[in-house]
Design a protein around this ligand. Structure first.
Ligand SMILES: *[C@@H]1O[C@H](CO)[C@@H](O)[C@H](O)[C@H]1NC(C)=O
Ligand SMILES: *[C@@H]1O[C@H](CO)[C@@H](O)[C@H](O)[C@H]1NC(C)=O
Ligand SMILES: *[C@@H]1O[C@H](CO)[C@@H](O)[C@H](O)[C@H]1NC(C)=O
Ligand SMILES: *[C@@H]1O[C@H](CO)[C@@H](O)[C@H](O)[C@H]1NC(C)=O
Ligand SMILES: *[C@@H]1O[C@H](CO)[C@@H](O)[C@H](O)[C@H]1NC(C)=O
Ligand SMILES: *[C@@H]1O[C@H](CO)[C@@H](O)[C@H](O)[C@H]1NC(C)=O
Ligand SMILES: *[C@@H]1O[C@H](CO)[C@@H](O)[C@H](O)[C@H]1NC(C)=O
Ligand SMILES: *[C@@H]1O[C@H](CO)[C@@H](O)[C@H](O)[C@H]1NC(C)=O
Ligand SMILES: *[C@@H]1O[C@H](CO)[C@@H](O)[C@H](O)[C@H]1NC(C)=O
Ligand SMILES: *[C@@H]1O[C@H](CO)[C@@H](O)[C@H](O)[C@H]1NC(C)=O
Ligand SMILES: *[C@@H]1O[C@H](CO)[C@@H](O)[C@H](O)[C@H]1NC(C)=O
Length: 722
């Protein structure tokens, strides 16, 4: 699927020049802190013996081989059991014990679709809705290539006048209503970017609209556009004009996973619920920028011109006025036919037993792609996972065994809505609640050169320090580390986890999590997200020639996994959790003040709870520091037991943050400190139970959620307490 790293192209050049930033939502508003640039570290980084075995095992030639395999066969969710078995075979060869787990889930596949525009003049325009076959890009011509469509979309027809709705967020619709633009009975034309695409369709549906057409706008492609003189793919780095974005239209911020089995695993005989609360009841289709122009142009001169709508990123880069419409008598007729079906999906699970059974780290990447290729999404991550299994195999051959059990997961059906991972977590939650120390996710390992990490705050220190151990050639520098590249690209900001990939089910069961990848900035080759051109040819020509970024991201994931699995003391810093929560509280305070809600919503109890958390966290960190400096030669069984006790506090404390009934209106999302925004889907919101109720004006519920959030913080503090 995607994380906000693709939703929001926002970056900074090496020279720390702030570039065009299309992120609609400032991460600082959710209260993230910025880590100060640490002193230059030596180059090359110095690794210990076991770290060296892992890092030296990474080889760009074998990464290329794995990438080629994963990107030359159809592997849309539920269509390729062979690929799941091949993955298990590679992991088995490398010393993991791997098997498949099967679920029986609701999915739908494209059968046929069409769209036409009729103008009052009688002119009819019928876009092809297909991506061009390119001689240079072999998988673009595969006979079983995947049509452009939306996963979990609704089978139906719509014929109506249409309205341009910008990014399709609730604020966009509110603006249209204020401008008096009729929505009821019309079709929505929305640009991609910003909120998760399913929420655009949801919002259109909730405003009485009867269909949705979602288009790519080259205004989101940074500087690398044909208008700026760059050739389009395959001749150059600009976007191929026919490229289209597939993707799920599930209402992902309400509930991910199989929509017919909320809260329990999907087996053949599982009871099924209705799904209309989480999948659309109006048809939707994706379209390319080249083919959408006549549709937008038909609205020119009707309704309110784009400039006067005065909404962020309403006007894009196409040669039209981005007027709202509707244009009287200009209509779209659309048809979308899907095969709604229950079918098998296969996760591959590989295990190395640790010396102890009660501490487990889980590493996951999805395998399914919307297209035959998927060289970045997700198979740059899949290639890394095979190479990681090889690296751990090399370490096992030295006689090493991890302290904690390591579980590798290759998820199916992530693209439809995190289905494989969610069903698996729902099945194994008693074990995971008992034993899971961390979940490490890699989805798009690379679609460009800018590294990015998102993590729960306890993981920040180890995640940052491990970046200093990896060589990462970056924008001409050959002596930079991953840390240097990350610092240049992100200014020291570790992202807050929202949603958009498989960490979601783990995080919302209170398991410490990290997501990682690298992506393109505004001056890098345009990544053709969920398009046929996310292919092996694109990757080897533009995305990561030489598999340099693949290698570095894989080394990073391996070294991080090694320390999480093997350090005697789990390398978490819970004081960072305190600091981050204080930032989130300041942000919430500002939200309350700007909404004029200070009288009704008193957040002092949250501040008090954070103080109590702080005391427990500080005492624990002090105990950990003295436990780790006591000489191991004198360690007795009693010492080992003491260390277990401390480690289990680190493993378990986040379970305390989960609230049984879930956040208001979305039972699945339980974490009281962070969640995807209800109307963003990708972008996070902190202290979501309070923040979102303040924003929506339900102040009584906001006040109630101050109590529930406080209770979560106190439960977490209680677990940490010595
Ligand atoms: C990219 O675009 C931004 C804003 O559009 C501009 O400030 C910047 O100079 C451009 N960078 C390059 C390398 O052209
Ligand atoms: C599954 O994927 C593999 C590897 O890409 C490919 O060779 C095979 O043809 C695919 N199977 C099907 C049924 O498409
Ligand atoms: C556009 O919106 C901003 C913020 O809401 C407002 O300050 C500004 O006056 C508006 N401009 C116009 C031309 O309406
Ligand atoms: C933009 O469109 C107008 C009329 O629709 C046309 O006259 C003009 O040449 C176009 N500009 C570009 C740069 O294509
Ligand atoms: C839906 O539209 C398609 C394509 O125009 C047409 O073949 C089909 O008959 C329509 N179905 C209904 C129920 O109107
Ligand atoms: C729908 O998909 C199922 C596979 O899940 C397949 O068996 C069936 O033939 C398909 N039906 C149509 C009409 O394509
Ligand atoms: C790993 O441990 C489990 C649980 O004790 C056991 O069932 C399994 O056989 C072990 N696997 C290997 C490869 O030793
Ligand atoms: C590397 O692993 C071995 C076990 O195979 C262990 O004895 C040794 O202490 C480890 N080295 C370091 C530097 O941790
Ligand atoms: C990296 O190389 C540049 C010159 O290419 C040099 O100025 C710089 O000091 C080097 N940095 C390190 C850490 O070696
Ligand atoms: C691997 O890296 C080397 C050195 O950078 C490069 O020459 C080679 O072409 C790369 N191999 C592949 C398969 O990309
Ligand atoms: C909220 O912000 C106001 C104004 O900056 C400040 O006076 C107040 O102490 C803050 N409240 C909390 C709970 O942080």
């Amino acid at each position: 699927m995607t994380t906000l790293k693709h939703a929001a192209v926002c970056t900074v050049a090496v020279a720390v020049v702030v570039q065009a930033c299309v992120r609609e939502h400032d991460p600082l508003l959710s209260g993230q802190s910025i880590v100060r640039r640490q002193d230059a570290v030596g180059f090359p980084p110095v690794l210990d013996e076991n770290e060296s075995v892992l890092a030296n095992s990474f080889d760009n030639t074998s990464l290329d081989t794995w990438s080629y395999y994963y990107t030359h066969g159809l592997h849309v969710a539920g269509t390729n059991r062979t690929m799941a078995e091949w993955t298990a075979d590679r992991w088995n060869e490398n010393g993991f014990t791997a098997h498949l787990t099967e679920y029986y889930v609701f999915l739908n596949y494209p059968v046929s679709h069409s769209l036409s525009l009729s103008l009052p003049s009688g002119t009819i325009y019928t876009p092809s809705l297909t991506e061009e076959v390119l001689a240079e890009d072999e998988t673009s011509s595969y006979p079983n290539r995947v049509p452009t469509f939306h996963g979990y979309s609704f089978t139906g027809n719509a014929s109506a006048e249409f309205v341009y709705v910008g990014r399709g967020q609730q604020v966009d619709f509110a603006r249209l209503q204020a401008l008096g633009v009729p929505l009821q009975g019309k079709i929505a034309l929305s640009r991609y970017g910003g909120p998760f695409r399913g929420l655009k369709v949801k919002n259109a549906q909730e405003h009485g609209m009867v269909g949705a057409v979602l288009f790519i706008d080259p205004g989101d492609d940074g500087n690398i556009t044909e208008a700026n003189g760059y050739a389009a793919y395959p001749d150059g780095p600009a976007r191929n004009p026919s490229s289209s974005q597939r993707g799920s239209v599930q209402f992902a911020s309400i509930y991910p996973g199989d929509p017919t089995t909320p809260g329990y695993p999907s087996k053949r005989d599982s009871p099924r619920t209705g799904r209309s609360g989480v999948t659309p009841r109006i048809p939707s289709l994706p379209i390319s920028w080249a083919e959408v122009v006549p549709l937008l142009a038909a609205l020119d001169g009707w309704g309110t011109p784009g400039e006067q709508v005065n909404r962020t990123r309403w006007v894009g880069a196409l040669n039209v006025s981005y007027s709202t419409g509707p244009a009287p008598g200009a209509t779209i007729s659309m048809s979308n036919v899907m095969n709604d079906t229950y079918t098998s999906i296969w996760n591959t699970i590989g295990i190395i037993n640790g010396t102890r059974q009660d501490e487990v780290i889980v590493i996951g990447n999805h395998r399914d792609a919307w297209i035959v290729g998927g060289a970045a999404d997700p198979n740059s991550g899949s290639a890394v996972m095979v190479e990681l299994s090889k690296a751990f195999g090399a370490l096992l051959r030295t006689g090493w065994q991890p302290r904690r059990t390591i579980v590798l997961c290759s998820w199916d059906a992530e693209e439809y809505g995190l289905v494989g991972s969610t069903e698996w977590v729902e099945e194994y939650i008693p074990w995971l609640t008992e034993a899971a120390v961390a979940y490490l996710n890699i989805d798009i390992a690379t679609s460009g050169p800018n590294p990015n990490i998102f993590a729960t705050p306890d993981l920040h220190d180890i995640a940052i320090s491990t970046m200093k151990k990896v060589i990462y050639p970056y924008r001409g520098s050959t002596n930079s580390t991953l840390y240097d590249a990350w610092y240049s690209a992100r200014m020291g900001r570790v992202g807050v986890l929202g949603s958009g990939s498989d960490y979601t089910s783990f995080l919302h069961r209170g398991i410490s999590s990290i997501d990682m990848g690298s992506d393109a900035g505004p001056d890098d080759p345009v990544y053709h997200y969920h398009s046929n051109y996310d292919s092996y040819h694109w990757m080897t020509t533009f995305g990561d020639p030489g598999f340099v970024q693949h290698k570095a991201m894989g080394q990073y994931l391996s070294l991080l996994a090694y320390h999480l699995a093997d350090d005697e003391i789990v390398p978490y810093n819970v004081n960072t959790f305190t600091q981050e929560m204080r930032h989130y509280l300041d942000a919430l305070n500002q939200t309350i003040i700007s909404n004029g809600a200070s009288a009704e919503v008193d957040i002092a109890p949250l501040g008090e709870a954070i103080d109590i958390f702080d005391q427990a966290a500080t005492a624990l960190m002090t105990a950990l520091a003295s436990a780790s400096t006591s000489p191991s030669t004198t360690s007795s069984a009693a010492d080992a037991e003491y260390i277990d006790t401390l480690n289990h506090k680190l493993r378990d404390f986040q379970r305390g943050f989960t609230s049984q009934g879930g956040l208001p209106g979305r039972e699945f999302y339980r974490h009281v400190v962070f969640a995807p925004g209800l109307d963003t889907g990708y972008e996070p919101v902190t202290f979501p139970g309070v923040t979102e109720q303040v924003q929506s004006g339900d102040l009584a519920l906001a006040a109630e959620w101050v109590g529930k959030t406080r209770a979560g913080i106190l439960r977490a503090a209680e677990v940490l307490r010595l």
